[in-house]
Write a protein that binds this ligand. Sequence first.
Ligand SMILES: [Ca+2]
Ligand SMILES: [Ca+2]
Length: 240
Amino acid sequence: MAGSVFTVAKTILAPSRGSAEAVAGSAAGGTQGGGRPPSGETEEGGGGSTFPQQALNDPWGLSAFRGNCMMCHSVDPDENAFEFNGFGEDWREDLFETIAPGSDDIFDPSQEQREAASTYEPLLEKDSDGDGYPNGVELMFGSDPGDPESFSTQSQELLSSWFVTVQRVIDRRNISQYEAMPEAVRATADRDGDDVPDLLERFAGTDPSNADSTPLTAARRLAAYRIILNEAGMNVDAAS
Ligand SMILES: [Ca+2]
Ligand SMILES: [Ca+2]
């Protein structure tokens, strides 16, 4: 399988679209969600090449083209051995010890249990990669919780306050209601052509002029978060 899939660049980013598609297409048993958006519409998140990847992409609205193995795995370039990074270890520990106790194989728990591990509050509060950004903040705004060199240009304090507000709102009202709003569906200017409009890149803290700096979170989900925060009076564009 293409080694390039596991090549991690150093800001918030992911494998090239071509390699991600190749993996998504070749993974046995996988389904690929999202898909390229119709012209003028934002991309939708969810899906992915493997069941564990889908268990992260679906609840967090991550792009199937950008959510990737490196969120949980480290690959030793010499041994080519598949190892887990800190986030992968923490996710597995919560899954196997708390959510699906007694299981120790990734295929044993149900997909609902794997998704529950991805949204398990103690996991979200941890900072598995030690970059100062809690896992929940990284999953919401689209940096890699398993890579200490991937984090937003927005401050941790700001994103943590936004995280709390968004979580409180979507406890009461499903995120899909926000994703269906015309403001979330309509794509706006996207200078670097990475499918995340400039406005949403500034919001998430990536570089709108660099296609290698792109949130893992799909544009549709980011737009929904932005609507929620603006409705809550957080005036997000002033901070972008
Ligand atoms: Ca972190
Ligand atoms: Ca990180």
